[in-house]
Design a protein around this ligand. Structure first.
Ligand SMILES: Nc1ncnc2c1ncn2[C@@H]1O[C@H](COP(=O)(O)OP(=O)(O)O)[C@@H](O)[C@H]1O
Ligand SMILES: [Mg+2]
Length: 501
């Protein structure tokens, strides 16, 4: 079916999330909807799926105007949504999860015809190459398969229009490739597909047409056959962005960080890091790739002193830091850019200036004896705001009111404001706009060129390939491979991430 959204407008308190957005998708077409975090993509799709009512605008299906006052009406009109956060019930098996809600509630509990439902699930799974075991329990399925169950659920409801909201966020590169195959198959069979993402490579690969949203508006629509990554990035942020991290060859020096037979347990007592051996030298960037939840978080926490080591060694400049406190490790010249900046990196109700001196207020030049030198603090904060291009009304603004990208710049500015031996950066650009990513990457390379050893942990393959002088891959708690930066590719690193050695 042909879908048109015309002049869709949605105001939230303080944010015009959708500002007269018009898009169109034809039957059998894959429209890539590209935009930064907060551009308004999910809002637009929530309007299409009947979760939100627009303040203005029109939804047209095959030319006739439709109004949805609840999601059920959108489903009946043939619109299927695979949400950014899955909504499957873990204790159900696939047939139940797919058929639930398609039947009436009483019908489901009373006369649920499992045999017929199962048969349709099997049929759909085969027809679209979804490869889902109908009798498996949802909780036992890997994320990639759960997502295919969501797609099955939409198909089961006879969706002619399928919307996938950031579907690859939780997938391995291999699973993403499989998903793209499924999407192509659906489109060829006549399904209208809207594929939402903030990843440039993905839209270029899977979409027939790309519409870019920026700050609630359509910034442009382009043909992927002729579009470039640079052009898309420009449309996303409204200015030119350097996508390739400008970086000369590494000149590795002495070993700064050495991990030997390292074992670390997670919060539940499971061995999350198993027998990891790794050396990082001064002047090189090691990028640690892996799908979220493969031990990277625990590894980083152990290195910076936030988590106990089970067995093995962590050496900094050839002495053990295994039982050393986070503050002492930091004082040795180790910077930590934490994975969750809102939990560990930044204090929202403190000002930009206060956040800037969080770790160093007790040291000169910020304190004289027991007194803080506010003049010195303010001068340093003003300088950092300037150097790191932090967009803030001033240094007295509460850090919590800044955008994600600007909060992260405050964290990075603080961590990089002193001489460093080692930088541990966990997901340093997660959730940031392309412009801020460019900025932070440049600063990390700068630290490398000043002689720091760098470990970047990232689930984004693009980032890993852009910055890593060497790429290490973690899977199931183990280091399953190390690839030289020059020979690292989407394919060979992606295979390792997916557990193919
Ligand atoms: N339910 C809501 N209430 C208030 N503000 C919202 C709500 N949903 C989204 N927003 C705001 O609307 C803007 C667009 O958000 P969203 O549509 O989720 O963007 P995207 O999916 O492109 O990342 C953001 O500024 C977001 O904070
Ligand atoms: Mg979204």
């Amino acid at each position: 079916m042909r879908l048109e959204l015309k002049g869709i407008t949605k105001q939230f308190p303080g944010v015009l999330a959708n500002d007269a957005i018009s898009i169109a998708v034809d039957r059998g077409e894959v429209l890539g909807l590209l935009g930064e975090n907060g551009a308004g993509k999910s809002t637009l799709m929530n309007i299409l799926s009947g979760l939100y009512r627009p303040d203005a605008g029109e939804i047209l299906i095959d030319g006739s105007s439709r109004t949805f006052t609840d999601p059920r009406q959108a489903i009946e009109a043939g619109i299927g949504m695979v949400h950014q956060h899955f909504q499957l019930v873990p204790v159900f098996d696939v047939v139940e999860a797919v058929a639930l809600g398609a039947e009436s509630v009483s019908g489901f509990l009373g006369t649920f015809d499992r045999k017929t439902a199962r048969q349709r699930v099997v049929e759909l799974s085969e027809r679209y190459n979804l490869n889902v075991n109908p009798d498996a329990k949802i909780e036992d399925l890997p994320v990639g398969v759960r997502q295919r169950v969501e797609i099955l659920k939409a198909l089961y409801r006879k969706s002619d229009i399928l919307v996938l909201d950031e579907p690859s966020a939780v997938l391995t590169p291999f699973e993403t490739e499989e998903l793209f195959g499924i999407i192509r198959g659906l489109a060829e069979a006549g399904t209208t597909v809207i594929f939402i993402t903030h990843k440039l490579n993905e839209v270029l690969e899977v979409a027939d047409r790309i519409t870019v949203l920026r700050r609630g508006r359509v910034a442009g629509t382009v043909d992927p056959k002729s579009a470039t990554r640079e052009q898309l990035a420009n449309l996303m942020v409204g200015r030119d962005v350097e996508l390739k991290v400008p970086k000369g060859p590494a000149h590795p020096g002495d070993v700064v960080l050495q991990l030997r037979n390292l074992h670390v347990r997670d919060d539940r007592g499971h061995m999350a890091v198993q027998d990891v051996n790794l050396e990082i030298r001064a002047g090189e960037i090691v990028a640690l790739a892996g799908v979220q939840g493969n031990g990277q978080t625990e590894l980083v926490e152990a290195i910076v002193g936030l988590r106990a080591v089970d067995s093995g060694e962590i050496n900094l400049d050839a002495h053990s830091i295994k039982h050393v406190s986070p503050r002492h490790i930091s004082n040795e010249g180790v910077a930590h850019i934490p994975e969750d900046r809102n939990r560990d990196g930044l204090i929202a109700y403190m000002t930009v200036a206060e956040n800037f001196i969080l770790d160093s207020y007790h040291r000169p030049p910020y304190s004289k004896g027991i007194r803080l030198d506010h003049k010195a603090i303010n001068a340093a904060a003003e300088q950092a705001v300037k150097d790191y291009d932090v967009r803030t009304p001033g240094i007295d603004t509460y850090a919590g009111s800044l955008s994600g990208g600007n909060q992260q710049k405050v964290v990075v500015a603080r961590e990089f404001s002193r001489p460093l031996k080692l930088v541990i950066a966990a997901q340093p650009t997660r959730g940031l706009d392309v412009g801020s990513i460019e900025y932070i990457h440049k600063r990390i390379v700068e630290q490398r060129d000043q002689g720091a050893a760098i470990l970047i942990v990232s689930t984004e393959l693009e980032e890993v390939l852009a910055v890593g002088d060497r790429v290490a891959v973690m899977q199931g708690g183990q280091l399953v491979g190390i690839v030289e930066g020059e020979t690292a590719t989407y394919e060979n690193v992606g295979m390792l991430m997916g557990g193919v050695h």
